[in-house]
Design a protein around this ligand. Structure first.
Ligand code: FAD
Ligand code: NDP
Length: 459
């Protein structure tokens, strides 16, 4: 993208001000490109407004329930704690409002023009926002995704994660449908905050794309916190009754609830934005089909983040944005052009206890490498020797036997996300089990277990 002039109003028009769109707009403008960003709702997108950030704040809130209980074993006398949902909601809203402002200031500071409104592609170089038409040499579609709810009778009575943050009143009885990231995280959050939670997963395990040990272990730990997890359970119908909501499950089981959350996946936001008219090809899920440089079937139109990527994670969207900017504008002086490697992307699920994982599951590693060695440990964390809590931790390494490379690292336990982030660097760097073995642990921590696992798990 050469900095121009002439035919186009802008060098880059960005549709969507979420994780990917904001990063791309800001980086491109900082390099001197003329950039406008169109956003219909609050700046920051899903992650800031109804995703990662408010979810993690609520997860911290839920964690206090455990902390108050555990404190007694350490000598603390804590009066009967009382939770105030309204305070949490108000404090979250204030913090999110502050972040929205920071995003606005960052964009403004970089010289990005922010245009409020619903944007539509009018053609390969034009966005329409209300009455305004804007042309761009390149257009980036970064419109993210939206919750998907299956077609069942009474679907309109169910909620998506978007509506959970401001729910009123607090649901005493919550049914969570799904077994993925959002279902598990919200089940943990609302259980911690005091709701009776029933979680219904259609298949035989939760977190079905994760290592099987992780799924099984997390299900057991979530069960210990009081979540009534039911596997192979499907909702057939939801009805309104004077006492709340009434669910009928396949097989005839009945459930009553105050609120029902469907966390059954998300779909790309590609409807009603003019993509078809502009000739942009979509896949069967409605995602924009892009090449390795995020270019769609229309050469001037690019897409990244949840609208086009299978890995719906904020750091993936922002990494893609930076790679795209380097591709269009050339790398920053003295630096190589950034690209995104989709291997060894670490991820965490902020359940109680949380999950952290990077690399191959045991099953995928066996399929890919043939012979693998597995190292596994399960233990009661030191803290719980006094806290009285029955929670346990699982840690697991998957090693390619031929090369000795550690190709998978998985954990369920306190701080799993924090711990796995560091190990992700080692796995990307190709660390072998011998390198792990030669690394001195930090004592006493849970993380040190990853460098002291000596005996392979029995096959
Ligand atoms: P988005 O952030 O969704 O941004 C898209 C933006 O486009 C939105 O602001 C939308 O309003 C705007 N838009 C759409 N259409 C138009 C239009 N026509 N005109 C104008 N504006 C438009 N990821 C993590 O890495 N860690 C987490 O802990 C995590 N937790 C999550 C929790 C929840 C409940 C959810 C739902 C998601 C979570 N995610 C998490 C995923 C993460 O939020 C997404 O991967 C990320 O936000 C994707 O960024 P994006 O830029 O592709 O899209
Ligand atoms: P997921 O894909 O993680 O999970 C969807 C769940 O819904 C699965 O358990 C799936 O079952 C189930 N499901 C799908 N369709 C149906 C149906 N028709 N009826 C009943 N159950 C169904 O999606 P989420 O909505 O939880 O989250 C969307 C994405 O957002 C995640 O994939 C992740 O990328 C991102 N995210 C990331 C977070 C993080 O980084 N911590 C937190 C929250 C979201 P099955 O397992 O059988 O397929």
């Amino acid at each position: 993208m050469t900095k121009t002039m002439d035919r186009f109003d802008y060098d880059l028009l960005v549709l969507g001000g979420g994780s990917g769109g904001v990063r791309a707009a800001r980086m491109a403008a900082q390099r001197g490109a003329r950039v406008a960003l169109v956003e219909a709702a609050a700046l920051g997108g899903t992650c800031v407004n109804v995703g990662c950030i408010p979810k993690k704040l609520y997860s911290y809130a839920a964690g206090y329930a455990e902390a108050f209980e555990e404190a007694a074993g350490f000598g603390w006398r804590v009066p009967e704690p009382r939770f105030d949902w309204a305070t949490l909601k108000a404090n979250r809203a204030r913090e999110i409002g502050r972040l929205n402002g920071i995003y606005r200031d960052l964009l403004k500071g970089a010289g990005v023009e922010v245009v409020e409104g619903w944007g539509l592609l009018a053609d390969a170089h034009t966005l329409q926002v209300g009455q305004r038409r804007m042309t761009g040499r390149h257009i980036l579609v970064a419109t993210g995704g939206t919750p998907f709810l299956p077609e069942i009778a009474g679907r309109e009575l169910a909620l998506s994660s978007d509506q959970m943050f401001d729910l009123d009143p607090f649901p005493k009885r919550l049914v969570v449908v799904g077994g993925g990231y959002i279902a598990c995280e919200f089940a943990s959050i609302f259980r911690g905050l005091g709701a009776e939670v029933t979680q219904l997963q259609r298949g035989g395990r939760i977190l079905s794309s994760f290592d099987q040990d992780i799924s099984r272990f997390l299900a057991s730990e979530m069960g210990k916190t009081g979540i009534d997890l039911r596997l192979n359970a499907q909702v057939e119908r939801i009805a309104h009754t004077p006492k709340g909501l009434h669910l009928t499950l396949a097989g005839g089981d009945l459930l009553d609830a105050d609120a029902v959350l469907f966390a059954t996946g998300r779909r790309p936001n590609t409807a009603n934005i003019g993509l078809e008219a502009a000739g942009v090809r979509l896949d069967a899920q409605g995602a924009v089909v892009v090449d390795a440089h995020y270019r769609s079937s229309v050469p001037s139109i690019f897409a990244l983040g949840d609208v086009s990527t299978e890995m719906q994670l904020t750091p993936v969207a922002t990494a893609e944005a930076m790679a795209l900017v380097d591709h269009l504008l050339g790398p920053a002086p003295g630096k190589a052009a950034r690209t995104v490697s989709y291997e060894y992307i670490p991820t965490a699920v902020f359940t109680h206890p949380p999950v952290g994982t990077v690399g191959y599951t045991e099953e995928a590693a066996r399929a890919e490498f043939g012979r693998v060695t597995v190292f596994r440990t399960e233990f009661k964390p030191l803290k719980h020797t006094l806290s009285g809590r029955g929670e346990r931790t699982l840690m697991k390494l998957v090693v390619d036997a031929a090369s000795d490379r550690v190709v998978g690292l998985h954990m369920v336990g306190p701080d799993a996300g924090e711990i796995v982030q560091g190990f992700a660097v080692a796995l990307r760097a190709g660390a072998t089990k011998a390198v792990f073995d030669g690394t001195i642990g930090i004592h006493p921590t849970a993380a040190e277990e990853f460098v002291t696992l000596r005996e392979p798990a029995p096959e």
